[in-house]
Design a protein around this ligand. Structure first.
Ligand code: PRP
Ligand code: ORO
Length: 223
């Protein structure tokens, strides 16, 4: 007998709890982190740690496969592509669960050999699901999706474990590019769980909440 899918809320709560438990979450208001986009903030989540924790890894990947099937359809994809670097192991695990071929996308052409951005076999009739660890403002997703589309394949969906959920333009930016985002949890889920567990001191949690509520104002005040 297979278990019913957990609700979206349960997935978000448990995913946030797992990220805290494996110490993938870091809050530091004193020395802000710099993100791939160049933006800065007091929050950092290192989803790369997930691969080293088998029970967490398995559960999160079950959640991600279930979320994709529930939101996009059970027969919606022909190929699962991972974004270099952090997306690659998660794409392999999602592809296994969905029973689909796997590929990966380089950030840049290799520069020699086939000079490819896509590795593995991707054909122009395929509907590709882009899998990544997280998205902050979506910039790298657009580049990966363009590389996939350059092969002639289609890509209208990306699935991530973690979505920042604080830059309102992110989902619009992706939507304008014809890409729908699927995710398990956001900073709001992690903050709620961190407060419940008292995982960080009150001042740090309040500072993080200030950032999450208005990241642009926080960045202006802290640059
Ligand atoms: O651009 P966004 O969609 O908001 O996502 C942010 C990206 O930044 C990080 O990767 P990074 O470029 O640091 O490389 P890595 O995967 O090689 O660690 C992260 O793994 C995401 O892929
Ligand atoms: O946007 C990023 O570069 C980024 C943010 C974050 O919290 N964690 C991460 O690995 N990358």
């Amino acid at each position: 007998m297979s278990l019913p899918y957990p609700t979206r809320e349960e997935i978000a709560r448990l995913s946030a709890r797992m990220l805290l438990e494996i110490k993938a979450v870091d809050f530091n208001a004193e020395t802000p982190f710099t993100y791939a986009s160049g933006l800065k903030g007091p929050t950092y989540v290192d989803c790369r740690r997930i691969i080293s924790f088998p029970r967490v890894r398995q559960t999160l990947m079950d959640f991600l496969a279930a979320t994709v099937m529930r939101d996009a359809g059970f027969e919606a994809f022909d190929n699962v592509a991972g974004g270099e670097t952090a997306g690659i192991p998660f794409a392999a695990m999602v592809a296994e669960r969905l029973g689909l071929p796997m590929t990966y996308v380089r950030k840049k052409p290799k520069g020699y050999g086939r000079n490819a951005r896509i590795e593995g076999v991707m054909t122009e009739d395929q509907r590709v699901l882009l899998v990544e660890d997280l998205t902050t403002d979506g910039g790298s997703k657009l580049s990966f999706v363009d590389a996939i589309r350059d092969t002639g394949a289609s890509c209208g969906h990306t699935a991530v474990i973690f979505y920042y959920g604080i830059f309102p333009e992110t989902t619009q930016r992706l939507a304008d590019h014809g890409v729908r985002l699927h995710h398990l949890c956001t900073w709001w889920d992690v903050l709620a769980e961190a407060r419940e567990q008292k995982a960080f001191d009150e001042a740090t949690l309040n500072e993080v909440q200030t950032f999450l509520s208005n990241p642009r104002a926080w960045q202006a005040a802290n640059s």
